[in-house]
Ligand binder design. Structure first.
Ligand code: AVI
Length: 322
């Protein structure tokens, strides 16, 4: 079974389109044009993101996978027997699968994602490998209350699994709000297993977001193609360049699309003017120090108890208790 579509998929899609249009029109109307990064992940965008994760330059996925691989048993021991694992933004669930396999008889797995297709594929794959586990995909935006309301209460220990440095795509304020929201779905003694990218040399950071294979460029520009096809836009993707740079003061990599000329673009019947060099800010990817992340966890109601990293200290995984 799949939850969160309210039995009416077309209504769900309509709401989704309306929210997309409202967010895009608002984002393009500001002085600094912006587009919310969650819209990077339509079907084509999700495939491009999967390709990014395979890139040599994008060290995050590989480094996190190595840390998991080297520490799976101690992580599984911390989660304890019969735990319920909940993964917001689960995508293809490739990170949860080895963890679930290492865990002592996990009770249930709830992957949450906005894409039902990806979830259903993952459910079949995991169910085939772990036939005794109940896998219940939940469709929805994990920053909203809706998908969380679909998860039934349980007397089993709950652990929220939030790998991939997804927390980095939220501003520190929003990250704190999100973690506090996670906290509100948990009870005392429950846990959070979270992966974060650490502050490091800016050359390494920038190469990860402006890769030599130009996959991140395609990922970024796909947002314009998506606006063209879903919101009747006429962006010329050739008239924009991909730019990614590390901002050391804000501790984040910023991703932009730079207009290469003065131009006008139509979206959903509205016209937007671009000057040459003007940018659309499409994503922030915040990087944390250990102290910074521990402070964030504490202010959101979590107590960090375990920490794992790689030998270059490029990436960290934390276990925190409520
Ligand atoms: C999903 N998220 C953690 C990625 C990141 O590194 O911020 C998204 C991404 N953007 C460009 N490359 C990857």
């Amino acid at each position: 079974s799949i939850k969160g579509r309210g039995g009416d998929h077309s209504a769900f899609q309509n709401d989704h389109r309306e929210a997309f249009q409202a967010d895009v029109l608002a984002g393009l109307s500001g002085k600094q044009k912006t587009l919310p990064c969650k819209y990077l992940y339509d079907e084509a965008g999700s495939k491009l993101f999967e390709a990014i994760c395979e890139l040599e330059d994008y060290y995050l996925t590989r480094t996190e996978a190595d840390i998991f691989h080297s520490n799976l048993d101690s992580m599984a021991a911390l989660l304890g027997p019969s735990a319920v694992l909940v993964e917001p933004g689960a995508g293809n669930c490739e990170k949860a699968e080895p963890l679930l396999t290492a865990m002592d008889t996990p009770h249930a797995f709830y992957p949450l994602d906005i894409s039902p297709e990806i979830l259903l594929n993952a459910q079949q794959r995991i169910q085939a490998r772990l036939p005794d586990l109940t896998v219940t995909p939940v469709v929805g935006d994990f920053t909203c209350a809706q998908p969380w309301g679909e998860i039934p209460p349980s007397s089993h220990r709950k652990v929220i699994f939030f790998p991939g440095s997804t927390i980095g795509n939220f501003s520190p304020d929003k990250a704190s709000t999100l973690l506090a929201q996670f906290r509100s779905y948990l009870s005392t003694g429950d846990g959070l297993l979270i992966g974060v990218d650490l502050v490091k040399d800016s050359v390494v950071l920038e190469r990860a977001y402006a890769d030599s294979d130009h996959v991140t460029e395609r990922f970024n520009k796909n947002l314009l193609s998506r606006i063209n096809s879903e919101l009747d836009g006429n962006f010329d993707t050739e008239a924009f360049a991909h730019r990614a740079f590390y901002h050391p003061h804000r501790q984040r990599v910023e991703m932009h699309l730079v207009s290469l000329c003065d131009q006008k673009v139509q979206v959903a019947g509205q016209t937007f003017d671009f000057e040459e060099g003007e940018t659309i800010h499409t994503e922030n990817s915040h990087k944390y120090t250990r102290a910074g992340l521990e402070a964030l966890l504490r202010e959101s109601g979590f107590n960090p108890t375990q920490f794992w990293t790689d030998n270059k200290q490029h990436y960290a995984i934390y276990y925190a208790e409520t």
